[in-house]
Design a protein around this ligand. Structure first.
Ligand SMILES: O=P(O)(O)OC[C@H]1O[C@](O)(COP(=O)(O)O)[C@@H](O)[C@@H]1O
Ligand SMILES: [Mg+2]
Ligand SMILES: [Mg+2]
Length: 365
């Protein structure tokens, strides 16, 4: 394959920083460290069964290691978490890290002075897909560390990470699919990079990514339909009713069960993704985690002209209450997300007329 004249990720970042004369280059260095971690994880994923990192972590009589989420950890969850930690802990760029796979914030070794950023990540999203060779990814969010952490060099606490998504300095994900891609926003739109496996470089392949405002494609786990709240049920019923229903057009449906892959499809061609708050388990207000799933993906969507919401308010405006807080999440094409928000704000909707999702249907008890 001939060497193209496309920009590398490094060149892109240098150009972006020109907008901020006097910038130290620390953010660029941090993003490049994250990208390097993602390349290492991409290799581990690509080797599959041959690399010895498939299957559940530390399989035992109970079926495997359980993480803070109460979920069985895959070996690759653990490996990916280690890769993120080892690549970033000594860089001098961070004041602390937090991950889906660690109950508490990770303290940067050494002491004063601390770096000025916090790194929050889901080292491997879509874990349930690892063993069946379906796309998975890593999601990351970069926040500023509070001033007193930087000045005093004190250890970070959970509270330091509880910043609304709107304050993210940068966010992105790597997708380990047929090709490995890195999608990134440093607050000036969204750019996409494809890993050239020969060179080991992320090359700029998608400039100024835009999510179309309208779509005919939605994604939701229909096995949860009996737990949905009325506005969600109404929205899905109307999509299913297609051309003969109130929407007057047919919709298609997708469910990969790997949010990072769904987010990528939506960045590329539009669509709407829903993992809404539901009544399945009152102790869990949603499935996805705010700090390292909803916020970074929400940042990318908004930066690409799409929208991300809890269904009731913009996701980026939510003040987090916990490191591993779960939340209802709807994102994608702007007009669809706004419609879903409208349904949440309208008075209780009537029971649907659609037989598939009505009280005595296929998808109900
Ligand atoms: O289809 P399910 O089982 O409800 O869950 C799918 C969701 O779970 C997730 O895989 C959760 O992420 P993790 O793999 O990081 O735990 C999301 O990516 C996805 O949207
Ligand atoms: Mg995840
Ligand atoms: Mg994960």
């Amino acid at each position: 394959m001939p060497l193209s004249n496309r920009s590398t990720l490094t060149q892109y970042l240098i150009e972006e920083r020109r907008r901020f004369p006097g910038a130290s280059g620390a953010l660029n260095a941090l993003i490049l460290d994250v990208a390097l971690a993602c390349k290492a994880i991409a290799r581990a994923v690509a080797f599959g069964e041959l690399g010895g990192a498939m299957g559940d972590a530390l399989p035992d009589a109970k079926g495997g290691e359980i993480n803070v989420q109460g979920e069985v950890q895959k070996r690759l969850d653990v490996v990916s978490n280690e890769v993120f930690i080892r690549r970033n802990e000594w860089s001098g760029l961070l004041a602390g890290m937090a991950s889906e796979e660690m109950e508490l914030p990770y303290q940067i070794p050494g002491s004063y002075p601390r770096g000025k950023y916090l790194l929050v990540f889901d080292p491997l999203d879509g874990s349930s897909n690892i063993d069946v060779n379906v796309s998975v990814g890593s999601i990351f969010s970069i926040l500023r560390a509070p001033d007193d952490v930087i000045k005093s060099g004190r250890d970070v606490t959970e509270a330091d990470f509880l910043q609304p998504g709107a304050t993210q300095v940068a966010a992105g994900y790597a997708l380990y699919g047929p090709t490995t891609m890195l999608m990134l926003s440093v607050g000036n739109g969204v750019a996409g990079f494809t890993l050239n496996p020969n060179l080991g470089e992320f090359m700029l392949t998608h400039s100024d990514v835009r999510v179309p405002a309208d779509t005919k494609e939605f994604a939701i786990n229909a096995s949860n339909s009996r737990f949905w709240e009325p506005p969600v049920k109404r929205y899905v019923d109307e999509c299913l009713a297609g051309a003969t229903g109130p929407r007057g057009k047919d919709f298609n449906m997708r469910w990969i069960a790997s949010m990072v892959a769904e987010a990528h499809r939506i960045l590329m061609r539009g669509g709407v993704f829903m993992y809404p708050r539901d009544m399945k388990d009152p102790s869990k207000p949603g499935r996805l985690r705010l700090l390292y799933e909803a916020n970074p993906v929400g940042f990318l969507m908004e930066q690409a002209g799409g929208r991300a919401s809890t269904g009731r308010q913009p996701i980026l405006g939510v003040k987090p209450s916990g490191l591993h807080q779960r939340i209802g999440l709807v994102f994608g094409s702007k007009n669809e997300v706004e419609r879903i928000e409208r349904y949440h704000h309208e008075p209780a909707a009537k029971e649907s007329a659609n037989p598939l999702f009505s009280e005595r249907s296929l998808f109900r008890d």
